[in-house]
Design a protein around this ligand. Structure first.
Ligand SMILES: [Zn+2]
Length: 275
């Protein structure tokens, strides 16, 4: 059974409330928690006053008994075992050497481990190809998931970070989503050499401080499309990279929905088609 903790949150509307978060996920026993991690809804809390969604980023342990996986998420590399997780003592795996153990920085890195270690993911990653559609719902509803894949019943989501798009026009959000559909945690339509080039750009200079490699790709592209001249003055490496890609890569393979409900019905229609 999952280990649940509480913490206090102060919303920007002034409301203070107590939220729960999970610090120990048993993937086999609580499949809905695994599902929440994959869809990027994990440990989110909603302000009871104004409805704002908070994504809490507490460290947690991901344990998969069937596949003997033990993954510590959100740990500084040299942290003591369980140090940052309240009440984890007694739940820790001591002497269970048959588990494969990993320490990763965040959800993206957790999913990367699942792609290599979880048979359900291995099966799916072998099916990913550049023509596979991507479903995108730009920032509507309580949970702002923007990117959505479904393969053989496994659903993967990637939320749009509110701090990136607050106050931006719809065209900016649309360009952000387009770029995320091209290059994201689950799949990339970039040629391997281009992905390597982007990696080098991102390592050299980050457009958005502390953002991940895929978010930075999406935010940079949206800003580039918004005002190419101003962007290239400030971010020449990113600008040269997008110019070199050409426009064709941004024109295929994804489906935009105006709302989360429309997204769900599009997915159902996709499933209903004969294979
Ligand atoms: Zn609030």
């Amino acid at each position: 059974m999952a280990l649940i903790n509480k913490c206090d949150i102060t919303c920007r509307c002034g409301e203070r409330f107590t939220a729960e978060y999970v610090s120990y996920v048993f993937a086999d026993i609580d499949p809905e928690l695994k599902d929440a991690i994959l869809k990027d809804h994990f440990n989110c809390a909603v302000c009871p006053q104004c409805g704002m969604t908070f994504f809490q980023e507490h460290p947690f342990i991901y344990r998969d008994e069937a596949n003997k996986l033990w993954i510590e998420v959100g740990y500084p590399p040299n942290a003591a075992k369980g140090k940052d997780i309240p009440a984890i003592q007694g739940h820790y795996l001591e002497g269970q050497e048959n588990y494969r153990q990993f320490k990763v920085a965040d959800r993206a890195a957790l999913i990367a481990v699942l792609f290599s270690e979880d048979p359900e993911f291995k099966k799916i990653s072998s099916r990913l190809d550049e023509n596979e559609p991507v479903f995108i719902a730009p920032q509507k509803g309580d949970i702002p998931v923007v990117l959505f894949y479904e393969y053989q019943g496994l659903q993967l989501g990637q939320r749009l970070h509110a701090s990136h798009h607050d106050g931006k026009p719809d065209t900016w959000v649309s360009n952000y989503c387009t770029a995320l559909a091209v290059h994201n945690l689950f799949n990339s339509r970039l040629k391997p050499a281009d992905a390597e080039r982007w990696n080098a750009v991102w390592q050299t200079t980050k457009h958005v401080a502390a953002s991940g490699i895929y978010e930075d790709f999406a935010v940079s592209f949206a800003d580039f499309m918004d005002d190419a001249k101003a962007f290239s003055d400030n971010w020449p490496l990113q600008s040269q990279f997008f110019t070199s890609l050409g426009s064709a890569i941004f024109n295929s393979g994804h489906y935009f929905a105006a709302s989360f409900a429309e997204l769900e019905s599009a997915l159902q229609a996709e499933q209903a088609q004969p294979a």
